[in-house]
Design a protein around this ligand. Structure first.
Ligand code: GH3
Ligand code: MG
Ligand code: MG
Ligand code: MG
Length: 272
């Protein structure tokens, strides 16, 4: 296995069974797996399938002494990126292919990161919220609530745009993104849902905790922007505790309803 390192071109971890490889992959981040089909503890192709399901963004090269086309096709269908017959592995070929694969992998990761980032604020976009929500639901063990969802919407933002212009409006959106990020714990997911609306996914196991966090997020968005005359910014928040059978859609519907209640109640407040 090849591992990224600053000082050497490749850092290689060598293991002798598919089970060990899978254990290592769960613990570390690797740029490439080179997999010998002749491992003792498996039928090869099944292990490739397990690796590529659990680590879809890590490419797998398969080495085999068996040149038959069926084997190559089965390996590729199981998720391998390339199939290399051992007999033809002359000189620098493997190193060259590994370097190319790692470079391609870096480009893919950069593109993936860009597709999840909001360009105005630099925080996650709506797709990032979807991904983070799915990840948190997958990680949940058992049926008890372990995270909450807050939706935050800037109050009377249209009038900020109308009074100060679109550029100041953009600056206010950026500043709210910054304040929400600062008010959040490092493992929370702060994203721009669209327009002047944000979502935060946060660790929480009770209604009381969710209520406190919603207040904390909402109050972090009260500030004055240095335009002349000074623009006073507030936001409203609606939050909910996410249940084990919630989809993002069902949970955000409740949060949105709570947000609506905050707006109806006079804005600059939070509800759950
Ligand atoms: P409320 O308190 O009910 O939320 O009122 P509001 O004016 O904030 O809500 P409304 O939905 O009427 O207006 C939102 C405005 O946000 C309308 C839209 O032009 C503006 N907007 C959406 N995206 C952007 C953006 O990226 N930049 C700027 N400057 N304005 C944006
Ligand atoms: Mg609105
Ligand atoms: Mg608004
Ligand atoms: Mg809005």
């Amino acid at each position: 296995m090849l591992r990224r390192s600053r000082d050497v071109e490749f850092e290689i971890d060598h293991v002798h069974t598919a089970a060990e490889a899978i254990g290592k992959l769960d613990l570390n981040s690797y740029d490439l797996v080179i997999f010998d089909l002749g491992l003792p503890d498996n039928d090869g192709v099944a292990a490739i399938h397990r690796i590529s399901l659990a680590h879809p963004s890590t490419p797998v090269f398969v080495l085999s002494g068996d040149e038959r086309h069926e084997i190559a096709i089965a390996a590729i269908e199981a998720g391998a990126q390339d199939f290399l017959p051992k007999q033809h592995l002359a000189g620098q070929l493997l190193t060259r292919m590994a370097a190319m694969s790692i470079a391609r992998q870096k480009r893919l990761r950069t593109a993936e990161l860009a597709s999840l980032t909001d360009s105005l604020t630099g925080i996650g976009n709506r797709r990032a919220t979807d991904h983070a929500f799915e990840r948190r639901q997958r990680r949940r063990v058992g049926g008890s609530p372990v995270f909450g969802l807050a939706m935050i919407d800037i109050d009377r933002f249209k009038s900020i745009n109308d009074l100060y212009g679109h550029d100041v409006g953009d600056e206010v959106i950026r500043e709210v993104a910054f304040k929400l990020s600062k008010a959040s714990d490092p493992d929370w997911d702060v994203c721009r849902h669209g327009g002047e609306e944000f979502t935060v996914l946060f660790s929480s196991s009770s209604i009381e905790e969710t209520n406190l966090i919603a207040d904390r997020l909402q109050s972090s968005c009260t500030f004055s922007h240095g335009a002349a005359p000074v623009a006073r910014v507030t936001a409203s928040c609606g939050a909910t505790l996410v249940e084990h059978d919630d989809t993002f859609r069902s949970a955000s519907k409740r949060a949105d309803y709570a947000l609506y209640a905050s707006k109806q109640g006079g804005r600059c407040r939070s509800f759950i």
